[in-house]
Design a protein around this ligand. Structure first.
Ligand code: FAD
Length: 415
């Protein structure tokens, strides 16, 4: 089979890129190893209204509107900010993927599920890919290959672009749990149950939530489920009686890849590590990257110039648009990692004041956290110290508040 563009992986990012390229009249083939698009689910499905709009999939993927957040420290401090404004949406992630894949097909792309790409070889004017479908080998020649095959991207390795990025490993699940407040997400901070990461609870309705926690990946860490049980044990008033309905865990890559293109090929989405370093969210950033990638592909195909020099514009444009934001977020993450549990507690107590809560509600943006950081810096010199230190190894200190809480939490056994 010959095509103009082969896309490896029908996640949201691969399908979104495929739609634009196919709609421009090019022959696009998408190969997806799983039988059902969107399954198995490995996502908490919390995205901004901006991301839903960008995807253009309509509101029927929205399960719950989130208007606030509660943040819990490991030492008893907490804050709660809630307003009438919707700042994020809990969505049906599988439905999002399915709608985007359907749109790619409607635009003319050929989508083959149950088809795993097993190899990629450079040939004259493109790549030769092999794939396996129902035990049979398929051969495909493509002028351009787009690797949208997620965090464990084989395409990146075959292209010689593989890079060992840091990553966060997460336990994540959909659970049954009675909940009064369905408008606010919960965020749990603490090195004992989320070392290098955070825990979360996203309410879907009065009886169902998505929960999880994770850790920055290190070889000898216990499995993420261990941390989740610790977290549930630390906050029994929130997690008591939970029943796991389905497991949705996985990993996200963190930090930029040095190079995401080569002659006749590009990487996009998690395969290119285009995630947000603070939350690990990759849907908004991945969709935006898919647009830039697809626009570059269409231009390069029209000009019949798929050289490195031409495809370089993809990474250049991506860096120009998102590089600054993601670098700043990486810096905030590093600063946060340097905070002890005591300083996390002090920070949360410090922010639990009307001025800060209103600022968080007004300027908080899950896609662009630096907007809130900038506003905080303008408001208070202490915030300036924290954010200026972003990326440095010094531990910023916050005003001292006395606390008697105990940091040793018993683990809670999960059904
Ligand atoms: C636990 C967890 C929670 C998350 N929560 C959020 C969240 O709340 N909000 C958010 O924005 N992001 C979240 N993310 C991140 C988000 O899920 C990813 O950023 C997003 O899925 C990236 O999309 P993608 O299309 O690049 O990759 P993927 O969704 O991983 O899709 C890659 C596709 O490629 C296919 N594939 C892989 N190899 C091959 C092959 N050799 N041949 C054929 N097909 C192949 C896979 O089957 C898959 O369908 C979360 C991630 C995890 C792990």
């Amino acid at each position: 089979m010959d095509c103009d563009v082969l896309i490896v992986g029908a996640g949201p990012v691969g399908s979104f890129a495929a739609e634009t390229i196919a709609a421009s009249g090019f022959k696009v083939v998408i190969l997806e190893e799983h039988k059902t698009i969107g399954e198995p689910l490995q996502c908490a499905g919390l995205i901004s209204p901006r991301a839903v709009e960008l995807a253009g999939v309509g509101r029927d993927i929205v399960i719950n509107e989130i208007r606030g957040l509660r943040v819990f420290s490991p030492l008893g401090g907490s804050l709660h900010a809630e307003s009438n404004q919707v700042f994020s949406l809990a969505v049906d992630r599988a439905l999002l993927d399915q709608k985007l894949a359907e749109r790619a097909e409607n635009a003319g792309a050929l989508l083959l599920t149950k088809t795993r790409v097993t190899g990629l070889e450079p040939v004259k004017e493109g790549y030769h890919a092999t794939a396996v479908r129902d035990g049979r080998t398929i051969n495909i020649k493509a002028r351009l290959v787009i690797g949208a095959d997620g965090i464990a991207s084989k395409t990146a390795q075959w292209l010689g672009l593989g890079h060992k990025n840091p990553r966060a490993v997460m336990y994540s699940a959909e659970i049954k749990l009675p909940r009064n407040n369905t408008a606010s997400v919960d965020v749990f901070l603490g090195h004992e149950f989320a070392p290098g990461w955070f825990g979360w609870l996203i309410p879907l309705d009065e009886n169902t939530c998505r929960v999880g926690t994770g850790c920055a990946f290190m070889e000898n860490h216990p499995p993420p489920r261990y941390y989740f049980e610790k977290m549930a044990g630390a906050f029994p008033e929130i997690f008591r009686g939970l029943k796991v309905l389905r497991y949705t865990g996985g990993s996200v890559p963190l930090g930029p890849m040095p190079k995401i293109f080569t002659s006749h090929a590009m990487l996009v989405g998690d395969a290119a590590s285009q995630t947000k370093p603070i939350s690990g969210g990759g849907i908004y950033t991945g969709l935006r990257a898919a647009q830039i990638c697809a626009e570059t592909a269409v231009g390069a195909l029209m000009e019949e110039d798929l050289t490195e020099n031409r495809l370089y514009h993809y990474q250049e444009q991506w860096n120009k648009e998102m590089g600054g934001e993601l670098n700043r977020a990486m810096g905030y993450r590093k600063s946060f990692l340097n905070l002890s549990d005591k300083n996390i507690d002090l920070l949360i107590r410090f922010l639990n004041k009307p001025m800060w809560l209103n600022t968080i509600l007004h300027y908080g943006d899950i896609d662009y956290p630096s907007r809130l950081a900038l506003k905080m810096c303008l408001l208070n010199p202490l915030a300036r110290v924290f954010f200026r230190n972003a990326g440095q190894t010094t531990t910023p200190s916050f005003p001292t508040v006395k606390t008697n809480s105990d940091s040793k939490h018993p683990a809670q056994k999960i059904d």
